[in-house]
Design a protein around this ligand. Structure first.
Ligand SMILES: NC(=O)C1=CN([C@@H]2O[C@H](COP(=O)(O)OP(=O)(O)OC[C@H]3O[C@@H](n4cnc5c(N)ncnc54)[C@H](O)[C@@H]3O)[C@@H](O)[C@H]2O)C=CC1
Ligand SMILES: N[C@@H](CC=O)C(=O)O
Ligand code: NA
Length: 817
């Protein structure tokens, strides 16, 4: 036989009671010979209301309106679910209950006193009324009997948290069950009675406890706990959207998971069932076909290192420290006995290996009192300076990863701390249960949601990892990146398990945010309609305060302004991906600071597109350097624009039009003068030289200009284009000279012996850089290992598609770490 327990929401309305009855009908159909026992809670909210009425009455306040409301709720439910002819007996018995309750509350009001004993009696009316009502409604379909559990669950007199006399209770339950074998028992959860027949309550998780007591007494085959969620989940679904239901848990895992959270059941009360190895199935009344979670003695082997992550927000820690504790046996005994005596619940304890300090966590409401009682108890030690004053830290949270597999899986704590560290979550204290079923960390409350999501992503790798990107710049590259991301999202999710959510976008006009991701189908409209005007410091502040996991800042601007924020972004443990070269080609010290900050804070700083757009140049150089190679020489064509000009400024072509065409094709910088003056190329040479280990500054790169002075002097882009027309003869001469000699023009960068230069050259077909087309870049690395034949990378080195693709790849590489 089975025990079916229904919680408050499952009996909270006429509609949910109908659903409950359908579940019961199915159960009876399936196992007709073996009638289940049904345990019921009070209608949702009723227990709290009863307590509130009693407390108000004790203060001398009237409770009539609330009582009438409560009565009406039950009466209305009866009237909705029972045939008219059957209503009277049910309503009469309910009315008797409400009359008793009224007398009781009146007594409290008169005496202005509410004892724990009276409180238990008041509360018991919640279960007694709901169960009476439902047993009457159910009698329309099954032979049903109402059971007031106080007749069979016998306890001591610890009101509020009574201890059960197991032997006697089991005898009484068996007797009751056998007397009513042909009927379904509808049992009030949560209540019992002492030797004198006075009502007691069973404490936290009370109705679950009743189900477990009945299950154990009757050797049930299964205890079903019907609630309003899909079983136990991997994490609190209100904070972790990707949390999913667990199909199986061992008793120990269920205990550990619910210790700091998972309010689905309160496993300590299930101990009677655990001892008899009775499976507990958690089911959702509102989605009965969902399999739910089975908690049992043995689970199928699982390849998941952890089963779930539990958490408890809003706790405080107290740190007790001093030389007086070292080697003093009995100190912690004295400390924790004191706290137990004072009924201060200690949630977690860690002790330093030097025994010099003990840190423990308590509920915020207990914090000050804990400090006071400790300082009082250890007054002498404090005076003798053998103990420091107790330190308190508030606004903290506990996060715990839980699972029996942890014991056999190396690297669980490594993964936990890596994901916390990479997300800038500071760990205040750590505790590992000696059972190794649980590793708990104490972190700041404000980091809890971020930490839960990051840790969830790290452990449940079969799920998608979500990157939260904050993007600056919606021009040529920014726009293209959004299009590529949108087009490739499904593939990424399926093949790489990565989801990119654009949590923030800004250009120079507007900014928009959405932690759930701005839709890339209509980001332009979203940004246009966003209420916030662009404000970079505010954008950065908002990005930080959103405190999202796996966060990446993407700079797709050509502006020096964002680069001033890189350091603080990295310090906030947010990775950076940038195609903007201005940061890396600023003062050397700044270049170095970016790398140092990224390393210190365990985040990425990726900028592949700073040189050769999407071509793997930076990555290759990094691999060479990291593997101990040394760059002897670099020769390169790294301006896609100028490469395009020399590949297309042929025959009748005119220079001005060819530059215009390069700009139209998206090869140039937003200001094409940056390309033609050699500034863009210089930045790339500088970044390469620095990555190759040379601490060069801008002034160390010598540039041979390919422009006549008049073009260099142009004060605006318009003037610049005009100057190109005016100087047409100069460019035609250059071209004709090269053509007449069977050569081509090439703007070539060199780095040799730590000296960097860019020169305009004419090369013939014997030169390796002769054969280029489009916006091709080419780079040859001569290194200690690539000496005889250099390592060469060649391909399109400018253009929105290839650049956005490089930014995209960097972003995914951040996700891979
Ligand atoms: N075009 C190419 O082939 C390549 C370009 N790049 C780099 O890509 C970057 C972007 O180039 P484009 O998209 O062509 O430029 P763009 O001028 O089309 O777009 C720049 C965007 O940045 C925004 N912006 C500028 N300052 C801002 C600020 N302070 N805050 C917020 N937004 C700001 C602008 O509103 C605009 O949306 C440049 O740094 C360029 O060097 C890198 C490699 C290749
Ligand atoms: N404007 C640049 C684009 C790539 O960095 C170029 O022309 O190379
Ligand atoms: Na590149």
């Amino acid at each position: 036989m089975k025990i079916l327990k229904f919680g408050g929401t499952s009996v909270g309305s006429a509609q949910s009671i109908k659903t409950l009855l359908n579940i019961l009908k199915d159960e009876v159909k399936q196992s007709a010979a073996d009638k289940p026992v049904v345990v019921l809670s009070a209608m949702s909210g009723v227990t709290n209301l009863l307590i509130a009425m009693a407390e108000e009455a004790a203060k001398g306040n009237d409770f009539a309106a609330q009582l009438a409301e409560l009565e009406k709720r039950h009466f209305d439910t009866v009237k909705t679910l029972l045939e008219i002819r059957d209503q009277n007996p049910a309503l009469t018995r309910l009315k008797i209950n409400f009359n008793h309750l009224e007398e009781l509350l009146q007594g409290i009001l008169t005496l202005r006193e509410l004892t724990q004993k009276t409180r238990d009696l008041v509360i018991s009316y919640g279960e007694r009324c709901s169960t009476l009502m439902i047993s009457k409604i159910a009698a329309q379909y099954f032979p049903s009997v109402f059971v007031d559990a106080s007749e069979v669950i016998k306890t001591d007199s610890t009101f509020g948290q009574a201890k059960v006399n197991t032997e006697l209770t089991e005898q009484l339950i068996c007797g009751l069950y056998h007397e009513n074998k042909d009927q379904i028992l509808f049992v009030t959860g949560f209540i019992g009675s002492n030797d004198s027949g006075q009502i007691t309550t069973l404490g936290r998780g009370g109705s679950d406890y009743t189900a477990a007591i009945f299950g154990a007494a009757l050797n049930a085959s299964e205890i079903q706990i019907w609630t309003d969620v899909n079983g136990m989940m991997t994490a609190d679904p209100r904070m972790v959207k990707k949390a999913f239901s667990l199909s199986e848990l061992t008793y120990t895992e269920a205990m550990e998971l619910s210790y700091f959270g998972a309010k689905v059941i309160y496993p300590p009360t299930m101990i009677p069932a655990f001892l008899k190895k009775i499976p507990i199935v958690i089911k959702n009344t509102f989605e009965p076909e969902f399999v739910g979670t089975v908690i049992q003695h043995d689970c199928k082997p699982s390849n998941l290192a952890i089963k779930g992550i539990s958490s408890i927000n809003n706790i405080s820690i107290l740190n007790v420290e001093g030389s007086g504790m070292v080697g003093k046996s009995g100190f912690s005994g004295r400390l924790f006995s004191l706290l137990a005596r004072e009924q201060i619940n200690v949630i977690l304890i860690t002790q330093s290996s030097s025994e010099h300090s003990i840190t423990f966590a308590v509920q915020p409401g207990d914090t000050e009192r804990a400090r006071q009682v400790i300082e009082h108890e250890f007054e002498l030690e404090l005076l003798a300076k053998k103990l420091e004053h107790v330190e308190i830290e508030k606004d903290l949270a506990i996060l715990a990863v839980v699972g029996e597999n942890m014991k056999e899986t190396p690297g669980v704590s490594g993964k936990l701390f890596h994901s916390l560290g990479r997300n800038g979550v500071n760990v205040r204290a750590i505790a590992q249960g000696s059972s190794e079923y649980n590793i708990s960390v104490i972190i700041s409350s404000t980091d809890l949601a971020k930490a839960l999501n990051a840790v969830h992503d790290a452990f449940f790798v079969q799920l998608t990892k979500t990157l939260h990107a904050f993007c600056l710049g919606t021009g040529n590259i920014g726009k293209t990146l959004f299009r590529q991301l949108n087009g490739h999202a499904a593939f990424l999710q399926e093949n790489n398990g990565i989801q990119v959510k654009i949590a923030g976008i800004s250009n120079t006009r507007k900014m928009a945010f959405n932690a759930d991701g701005i839709s890339l189908d209509n980001w332009e409209e979203t940004l246009d309609q966003a209420p916030d005007q662009a404000d970079l410091p505010a954008f950065i502040a908002k990005m930080k305060s959103m405190n999202l996991p796996n966060c990446v800042f993407i700079d797709n601007t050509a502006s020096p302004v964002p680069t001033a924020f890189y350091e603080q972004v990295l310090k906030s443990t947010i990775s950076i991906v940038t195609c903007n070269k201005i940061g890396n080609s600023g003062p050397y010290q700044q270049y170095k600071t970016f790398r140092d900050s990224a390393r210190q804070h365990g985040v990425d700083f990726f900028y592949e597109t700073n040189v050769g757009a999407g071509l793997p140049i930076i990555r290759t150089l990094k691999d060479l350097m990291n593997s101990g190679d040394r760059v002897q020489k670099i020769e390169a064509i790294l301006s896609g624009t100028i490469s395009f000009l020399f590949n297309n400024f042929k025959g009748d072509a005119n220079f001005h039009d060819t530059v215009k065409l390069a700009q139209e094709k998206g090869y140039t910088e937003p200001d094409p003068r940056d390309d033609l003056r050699g500034t863009d190329f210089m930045r790339k040479m500088l970044i390469l030289a620095r990555d190759a280990g040379y601490a060069l500054e801008t002034s160390d790169v010598s540039i041979e200009s390919m422009l006549p002075q008049a073009c260099l002097d142009a004060a605006s882009v318009d003037d610049f284009y005009k100057s190109l027309i005016a100087e047409d003869a100069h460019f035609a001469n250059l071209k004709n000279k090269a053509e007449s000699e069977g050569k081509v023009l090439r703007y070539i960068g060199k780095l040799e012996n730590g000296k960097a230069s860019i020169t305009l050259e004419m090369v013939d077909e014997s030169h390796p850089f002769y054969m280029l087309s489009g916006s091709d870049n080419i780079i040859s690395f001569t290194t200690d290992r690539y000496k005889e034949r250099p390592l060469v990378i060649k391909g399109p080195g400018a253009g929105a598609e290839v650049t956005a693709a490089g930014v995209f790849a960097d972003l995914i590489n951040v996700g891979a770490n």
